[in-house]
Design a binder for this molecule. Structure first.
Ligand code: KIV
Length: 286
């Protein structure tokens, strides 16, 4: 039976009702299951996977195949959240028909409900083409990491009056083109507040202050999975890298000492020694 996922309509209704919208990235089945169990309404299969999963120094090498495969895994691991798949660099900028073909792959093969693409006014005609074809599109303005080479680094955008007005105009043009929501990345909090007030569609902030309609965080950043990288805009909800490292060190020591596996992790011809079933740790204790 088909699952009942949160819809773009529901996300827009959250803005109208003043309910904030927490979103997080995911790139694999296991993380997706945990996010599903945590009840977050929206997941981004972000091209940030280029950094945190594939080890590139930008999002530029990420391919449509990478996002299709990750989206399909995230969809398999979830029942409720709306899944938004990122359109990688040059998968939508060449022309609207190429954009439509690549977006269709993310929806049909990846199973996502919506796609996200970066850029302001200049990509509005592409968003228009996708939405007219029936796709749900999330915009992404402010710092657009796929433009890192032109921008000359990952810098806060819209700090002057002129550039702030440009970001605001970008936001309006995406709404006009039919985007259901827009990510505001690394812009001053006052500007994000203004855009959020002016737009009817929800704004989802990252490094854009508290007044956006929702927030998005990169899973690996907010959970402290990289001991050497914690950007200023990321929340500190856990510091998992040392915990995981400690577990792996202890595992190595146990194998070295011959104390792992014990009988509990072993199998015997005598069935009475079989271990009890594994409990689902995501379910509440009864
Ligand atoms: O790819 C990503 O994770 C993103 C977020 C930073 C918004 O685009």
């Amino acid at each position: 039976m088909a699952t009942r996922r949160i819809t773009t309509y529901k996300i827009q209704q959250m803005k109208r009702r003043g309910v904030s919208i927490p979103m997080v990235t995911a790139y694999d089945y296991t993380a997706a299951r945990i996010i599903d169990a945590a009840g977050l309404p929206m997941i981004l299969v972000g091209d940030s996977m280029g950094h945190v999963v594939l080890g590139y120094d930008s999002t530029i090498p990420v391919t449509v195949d990478d996002i299709v495969n990750a989206s399909a895994a995230v969809v398999r691991g979830t029942t409720k959240p709306l899944i938004v798949a990122d359109m990688p660099f040059l998968s939508y900028q060449i022309d609207a028909e190429t954009a439509l073909r690549n977006a269709a792959r993310l929806i049909q093969e990846g199973g996502a409900q919506a796609v996200k693409l970066e850029g302001g006014k200049s990509v509005a005609p592409i968003i228009r083409r996708l939405t007219e074809a029936g796709l749900a599109v999330m915009g992404h303005i402010g710092l657009t990491p796929q433009h890192v080479n032109r921008l000359g680094g990952y810098r806060v955008q819209g700090k002057t009056e002129t550039t702030a007005n440009e970001v605001l105009e970008d936001a309006l043009s995406l709404q006009e083109a039919g985007a259901f929501s827009v990510v505001l990345e690394l812009i001053p909090a006052e500007l994000a507040k203004k855009i959020t007030k002016v737009l009817d569609i929800p704004t989802i902030g990252i490094g854009a202050g508290v007044h956006c309609d929702g927030q998005v965080q990169v899973f690996h950043d907010m959970l402290g999975l990289d001991p050497d990288f914690r950007p200023r805009h990321s929340g500190e909800y856990a510091t998992l890298a040392p915990i995981i490292k400690d577990a792996l060190v202890r595992y190595g020591q146990d194998v070295g000492a011959g104390t792992f596996p014990t009988d509990a992790q072993s199998f015997f011809s005598d069935e009475s020694r079989v271990m009890p079933p594994i409990r689902n740790a995501l379910e509440p204790d009864n």
